[in-house]
Design a protein around this ligand. Structure first.
Ligand SMILES: NC(=O)c1ccc[n+]([C@@H]2O[C@H](COP(=O)([O-])OP(=O)(O)OC[C@H]3O[C@@H](n4cnc5c(N)ncnc54)[C@H](O)[C@@H]3O)[C@@H](O)[C@H]2O)c1
Length: 404
């Protein structure tokens, strides 16, 4: 990290993998100085790598990285790279996360951080040993409406939280000929909807309500074969007619009954093959004195009920405004919609502010470990048919003061 004459800190950014998320992380770094000028942080896009040469070239020629490589190690070895974004498929998170920690580079890594709780725990241990700052791609927790829901609960405005319903209903694989990308293969992705989508849900409710202690789950696979898609070509949204078919090796749907620390209970569901909802991640949180509901498909709306039986009983819809989360950094007036990319800008800011020691509001690899243990317990429960406890992940705080 270097300091320029204008006192702005320049942070050299490395990027590993230039797929959907790699491009999005890049846009987030580019937007950061104008959205958060007061931080005085200027990301400099230094070095990107992707095994697909055309994607590495895209990073240099279009996204604006100074150098491009086809081997991620070149990014970690580059002395001008201060921090690294790891946007590779799940199979590589373990190897690259540990390598980044050993190289002493703070890293912002995409969820679910590996294919299993064991892999996530090992990345967490490496980061802890190296003492590097981490951040995870749990973008939904940064939505201003979600931040407000969390504040209302922490302030006791809902009374005692009793029950929670949360879902991630995505239609990205609803089409039976949607491509068999790496996401559908156990050795490349680990679990299916459970890892890809339920990990977001578990983080979201752990952040807003409380960590989850115990689960009873089931999973199912809706479409058992799909057309093959080579790595680095197209996305998992691609539809291939008359392609070579191969087996789907993991779950399309997962459901779990959960018990939260603190006594609340709930139901969580995730599907990647649902028809209707498209990016339907959301929650309904009920307490003895009130409730809140939110869904990403209407990201800018928080529905709040705080009056049990008086004249204002029932829901009030609150639109984005300057009292909610980081909204004021994006829009001066209320009711102007924010979008998905903006959540990644907030995530980039929380990451780089933590790296600079300005504030520590980032999600961490310890949180990812706690989420992975819940997913692992859900997978075990889907096999055993019994309630399973999530193994402890001691460093996880989900943004609360340690020990609270
Ligand atoms: N936070 C979110 O909302 C969100 C959304 C989508 C994906 N993700 C996560 O982001 C990660 C990447 O997903 P994506 O949709 O961007 O994938 P993608 O398929 O669009 O891109 C993956 C890229 O990795 C590259 N790659 C493969 N092997 C590589 C290697 N050895 N070294 C360097 N690059 C390599 C591929 O060529 C490809 O360009 C996954 O872990 C996924 O779960 C998170």
């Amino acid at each position: 990290m270097t300091t320029t004459p204008s006192a702005a800190r320049t942070v050299g950014v490395g990027l590993i993998s230039v797929g959907w998320m790699g491009k999005l992380h890049s846009r987030a770094y580019q937007a950061l100085p104008s959205v958060y000028p007061e931080l005085g942080i200027r990301p400099r896009l230094v070095h990107a790598a992707d095994t697909a040469e055309d994607r590495a070239d895209h990073a240099r020629d279009v996204l604006g990285y100074e150098r491009a490589s086809t081997d991620y190690r070149a990014v970690l070895d580059d002395p001008a790279v201060d921090v690294v974004s790891i946007c590779a498929p799940n199979v590589l998170h373990h190897e690259i996360g540990i390598a980044a920690a050993k190289a002493g580079k703070p890293f912002w890594i995409e969820k679910p951080v590996g294919r299993s709780a064991e892999e996530t725990a090992e990345v967490a241990a490496a980061a802890r040993t190296a003492g590097v700052v981490t951040s995870i791609g749990y973008n939904y927790r940064h939505a201003p409406a979600v931040e407000r829901a969390r504040e209302l609960i922490a302030a006791g405005k809902l009374g005692r939280v009793t029950n929670v319903r949360a879902t991630f209903f995505s239609g990205y694989a609803a089409e039976p000929n949607a491509a068999l990308s790496w996401r559908f293969k156990r050795d490349l992705a680990g679990h299916g909807a459970l890892a890809d989508l339920m990990s977001h849900v578990v983080d979201l409710v752990s952040y807003v309500v409380a960590p989850i202690g115990e689960v009873s789950a089931l999973t199912s696979t809706v479409h058992t074969e799909r057309p093959v898609l080579p790595m680095g070509s197209g996305t998992h949204f691609a539809v291939i007619e008359d392609g070579e078919m191969a087996a789907v090796e993991n779950d399309d749907y997962a459901a779990a009954l959960v018990r939260f620390g603190g006594g609340a209970v709930g139901t969580l569901e995730a599907s990647r093959t649902i028809v209707g909802p498209q990016c339907g991640i959301g929650f309904e949180i009920y307490g003895t004195d009130g409730s809140v509901t939110w869904n990403f498909e209407r990201m800018n709306e928080l529905r709040v009920a705080l009056d049990r039986s008086g004249p204002h009983q029932g829901y009030t819809t609150v639109l984005g405004n300057s009292h909610l989360g980081d909204y004021a950094h994006f829009q001066p007036g209320p009711g102007n919609s924010m979008g998905y990319d903006d959540l990644k800008v907030i995530e980039a800011k929380k990451f780089l502010a933590a790296v600079a020691g300005i504030e520590h509001r980032n999600s961490t690899i310890e949180d990812a470990h706690a989420v992975a243990e819940v997913i692992s317990a859900a997978a075990a429960s889907a096999t055993s048919g019994a309630w399973e406890k999530a193994a402890p992940a001691p460093g996880a705080t989900f943004g609360r003061p340690a020990g609270s």
